[in-house]
Each structure stands twice: as structure tokens, then as C-alpha cells.
Design a binder for this molecule. Structure first.
Ligand code: NAG
Ligand code: NAG
Ligand code: NAG
Ligand code: NAG
Ligand code: NAG
Length: 377
């Protein structure tokens, strides 16, 4: 067994130890969320004027709502479970945004590493953390100047302290890198990505955050966009039809993310750190879709019927283009509730609901509580 295998083996043992006594403790006065399109509730749309068009949102909001989905996201279902209103995007300024119970800094296309000139979103994780710190400072200043009666608009200091800090980011660091790097280069870059993540998390801790809820990244290789780009040669695909190298990178990232969670908890015993295994939930959904009421595990719902998985990067969901002299519109499928994938890159509301329901069982989370450090058991 070489040293790489030993590390992987320890992590697996650690998961099994922790799988014993799980339950989802879910009552927080506020939620502060950081991430990418998996949990963007309108940030890229507000911050960059990014146009999210119908049929996005058609299933639930009846308008695109800035979400990259036909309806609600995992974070929306989790807010529901906490009996809190949906999170407003930090940059939403019209329509009475209310931030009393939290704020969402997640923006589609965001990476953990700082944005570059070619990034879709300039709001990398570090920027999101700075936005939060400014939000916190201004909210507290506002309450101090204007009086406690305004605590129905912004969180109080107590809410910042007792609130839940949620994270779902890293997917774009990995998937984006495959366009220009080899698998080995990407695997080698994971520690650097996680160092940047750690820097942000520590800033939040220093500002008083204590409850951390960290989603790992999903099976990226199963997204139609990825299969269309990197899976044209069948030898690149696994038995589910997913691109193996992308899932390998996601798995490597997740193992190191979990180690980071344990290390962080070890350094800050007064923090609660919950690691949620989204990868396993989504992989199980894709592999065993019919058991959960789905008919299409990988095929995109919204498209024009072109290329194998109803995904063509030239015609995004909701848009009309002329291809080879023919006018083509990428439309939603008739029944998105039987599709796992919405637009080639994002999951449907139905899939998000399933994932959230699994998260809420507690069966996929390791909560590192109190001063116990299970990693060292
Ligand atoms: C950590 O979680 C436990 C159980 O949910 C809770 O009782 C405790 O107050 C939390 N600690 C902090 C610092 O919020
Ligand atoms: C699919 O379901 C079977 C039976 O419950 C399970 O053993 C398997 O792990 C599942 N597949 C995935 C990828 O989770
Ligand atoms: C357009 O033409 C190219 C080249 O003939 C072909 O590969 C492609 O599939 C066509 N696209 C559509 C949407 O028909
Ligand atoms: C969608 O519904 C329309 C109208 O009921 C029907 O004509 C069409 O064949 C359906 N498409 C699919 C892919 O089922
Ligand atoms: C959690 O997992 C256990 C063991 O696999 C299973 O028996 C239980 O039904 C699961 N709980 C829920 C709520 O799905």
C-alpha cells in the first residue's frame, strides 16, 4: 500500500466511525450562504446583470428568480426545513429584500480561487467573505445608529453568532480547470484550492462565526455539459455514463475537504463543523434514479433535442439561435419532475428536493461537535 492509499483508507475509516450517531440539528436564527450556482438565489443576476430567462423558474417561482433551476435549490429546501424565509441575494436591492434571517453571497460560476479575467463570476470565495464582513459591519452599525426596532431587516449580533454558515463551492474550480489542465495538474492543485477555502473560513471564524455546514462537491462527471465536452470517447466514461476523470477529481477534492473539516475542528474546538456528503447523495440518485421516481438520470430537460444528452453549449436553455440556417430554441421538457438534470449543468427542482430530503436524514453528514475530535479516535 503506498502512502496515498493509506490516507484514503484512514478517511474511509473515519466516515464509518461517524456514521453511527447522526441527526440533523436544525434550528438557527439566520443562515449565511457562500457558493456557486448550486445555491445562487439571484446574486449573479443582480451583481452582473446576468440574464436568467424562462423557462428557468417556471416550476415554482413562475419567473426566473435568478436561480439556475426550474424551481427551488437545495438551499431553499433547507431554509424551508428551518422554517426560515428563502435567502435574498446580497446584491438584490429591489423588491424589499429582507436580511433578518440571513444573506446569500453565492454567485453562479464562482470559484474558491480568486476570479481571473475569464471567470464568469468575479465573486470568488474570498470576495464573498469580504462581502459578508462588510454586510456584518454595516448591519451592526445600522442597528446601533437606528435602534433595535430595525432588527426586523438585518441580523443582530446574536444572530451572526448563532447563525449557520453554509458552503457549497469548489465545483467550478475543478470542472473549469479541465478545459485547460490535465487530471494530474488538477489533482495537484487541490491543496492550493483548499488553502484558499481555509483562509476564508478562518476570517469568518474570526468575525464570530461558529456553526459551519460544508457541502462537498457532486459527481461533476455526470453533468451533460461535461459529458458533451469530455466524454465523446466512450472509453472516458464509467458504467453510469459519467466522465471518470471528473469524478475522480471530485472524489480527491472531497477527501481533502473532509480532512480539512477535521483539522479545522481540531484547531477550533468551540466551532461546530458539519460536513455533508452531497457527492454520495447525487451519485446514488443518478445510479438508482428509478427507485426515486425519476426517468432520466443524465439527459438534460431543457434543450432543443440536439447532441446525445439534449445539451449543446451553443444554445443555452431558454435561448434561440440559428444553427446551420435553422432557427433552434432550447426549451424545457414536458415534465421536469422525472429529470435529474435541468439544463446540462444544473439539477432540476425535483432532484434538489430529493437531495435536500437526504441531507435532512442526517445519514450523510458528519457533525464534529463539542470537544470530541473523531478524526483522532
Ligand atoms: C454547537 O451545536 C450544538 C448542538 O447543535 C449546540 O448546542 C451548540 O450551541 C453549538 N455551538 C455553538 C458554538 O454554536
Ligand atoms: C444504488 O443502490 C444500490 C442498492 O441500494 C446500492 O448498493 C448502490 O450503492 C447504489 N449506487 C450508488 C452509486 O450509490
Ligand atoms: C450543423 O452542421 C454541422 C456540420 O455539417 C453538423 O455537424 C451539426 O450537427 C449541424 N448542427 C445541427 C444543429 O444540425
Ligand atoms: C410534450 O407534450 C406535447 C403536447 O402534449 C407532445 O406533443 C410532445 O410529444 C411531448 N414531448 C415529449 C418529449 O414527450
Ligand atoms: C439512514 O440510514 C439507515 C442505515 O442505512 C437506514 O436504515 C435509515 O432508514 C436511513 N434513514 C433515513 C431517514 O433515510
Amino acid at each position: 500500500m503506498d502512502s496515498k492509499n493509506v490516507v484514503a483508507f484512514q478517511v474511509v475509516t473515519f466516515c464509518i466511525c461517524l456514521a453511527v450517531a447522526n441527526s440533523v440539528e436544525f434550528s438557527y436564527p439566520a443562515v449565511f450562504n457562500f457558493g456557486d450556482s448550486n445555491s445562487d438565489t439571484g446574486e449573479l443576476a443582480a451583481g452582473m446583470g446576468f440574464l436568467v430567462v424562462p423557462p428557468y423558474g417556471k416550476n415554482y417561482f413562475k419567473t426566473p428568480s435568478g436561480r439556475f433551476c426550474d424551481g427551488r435549490l437545495i438551499v431553499d429546501f433547507l431554509m424551508d426545513a428551518m422554517k426560515l424565509p428563502f435567502l435574498n441575494a446580497y446584491m438584490d436591492s429591489v423588491g424589499l429584500p429582507n436580511f433578518q434571517h440571513g444573506c446569500n453571497f453565492a454567485a453562479a460560476g464562482s470559484t474558491i480561487l480568486p476570479a481571473t479575467a475569464t471567470s464568469i463570476s468575479p465573486f470568488g470565495f474570498g470576495v464573498q467573505v469580504f462581502q459578508f464582513l462588510r454586510f456584518r459591519a454595516l448591519a451592526l452599525q445600522f442597528l446601533q445608529v437606528s435602534g433595535k426596532k430595525f432588527d426586523q431587516y438585518v441580523p443582530t449580533e446574536d444572530y451572526f453568532e448563532k447563525g449557520l454558515y453554509m458552503f457549497d463551492i469548489g465545483q467550478n474550480d475543478l470542472a473549469g480547470a479541465f478545459y485547460s489542465k490535465t487530471l494530474d495538474q488538477i489533482l495537484a492543485s487541490i491543496p492550493t484550492i483548499l488553502l484558499e477555502f481555509e483562509t476564508g473560513i478562518k476570517k469568518l471564524y474570526d468575525s464570530g462565526a461558529r456553526n459551519f455546514w460544508i457541502h462537498n462537491t457532486g459527481p461533476l462527471g455526470c453533468l451533460p455539459q461535461i459529458v458533451a465536452k469530455f466524454g465523446t470517447n466512450p472509453s472516458k466514461l464509467d458504467e453510469l455514463g459519467c466522465v471518470s476523470s471528473l469524478n475522480q477529481a471530485a472524489t480527491a477534492f472531497n477527501i481533502q475537504l473532509q480532512s480539512f473539516c477535521s483539522k479545522f475542528k481540531g484547531q477550533y474546538p468551540d466551532a461546530n463543523v458539519t460536513h455533508v456528503d452531497i457527492f454520495t447523495i447525487k451519485s446514488n440518485l443518478i445510479a438508482n434514479y428509478s427507485k426515486y421516481g425519476f426517468e432520466q438520470p443524465i439527459m438534460a430537460c431543457c434543450g432543443y433535442g440536439g447532441p446525445p444528452l439534449n445539451f449543446d453549449s451553443r444554445v443555452s436553455c431558454g435561448l434561440t439561435k440559428i444553427l446551420n440556417g435553422t432557427t433552434i430554441t432550447a426549451k424545457g421538457c414536458n415534465d421536469s419532475s422525472v429529470y435529474v438534470n435541468w439544463d446540462g449543468t444544473h439539477y432540476t427542482e425535483a432532484a434538489n428536493q430529493y437531495v435536500a430530503s437526504q441531507v435532512l436524514t442526517g445519514n450523510y453528514s458528519n457533525t464534529l461537535l463539542g470537544d470530541k475530535i473523531p478524526f483522532l479516535l
